[in-house]
Design a protein around this ligand. Structure first.
Ligand code: HEC
Length: 107
């Protein structure tokens, strides 16, 4: 039983790098619709909007999927839900790859 749990956990950890497969160029094209709130390079100039540049690709995918599925909801999350609801899983991966390779704010 314990060995089985270890195997499942091992497979999960191994599958994490597989998330990092987005296409940066394709993501850059889609990012046009994000600029107004998240800034030209993913560094926001509006205090209420988060900077997303330089976050890990896996985290960005996870965050966008959570808005899409309604796992992040209420308040400002509703804004994001509207923007990601029309994106495919591939769009989300590409956008994540694009923002992940940008420099974090102040760097
Ligand atoms: C109208 C403004 C607006 C637009 C356009 C917009 N966002 Fe957002 N975004 C927000 C706000 C506000 C939040 C914070 C929501 C919350 O409180 O969960 C957010 C949060 C996020 C987060 C989570 C950040 C974190 O640290 O958890 C990601 C990732 C993200 N946006 C990506 C995008 C992408 C990619 C696009 C373009 C497809 C986009 N956003 C378009 C306003 C916007």
């Amino acid at each position: 039983m314990i060995r089985k749990a270890g195997l499942v956990l091992g497979l999960f950890v191994l599958s994490l790098p597989a998330l990092a497969k987005g296409d940066v160029q394709a993501g850059e094209k889609k990012a046009m619709m994000c600029v107004a709130c998240h800034g030209a390079d993913g560094v926001s100039s509006v205090a209420l909007y988060p900077s997303i540049a330089g976050q890990s690709e896996a985290y960005l995918v996870q965050a966008m999927q959570a808005y899409k599925k309604g796992e992040r909801s209420g308040g400002q999350a509703e804004i994001m839900k509207a923007y990601v609801s029309g994106l495919s899983d591939e769009d989300i991966e590409n956008l994540a790859a694009y923002y992940a390779q940008k420099s974090k704010p102040g760097q």
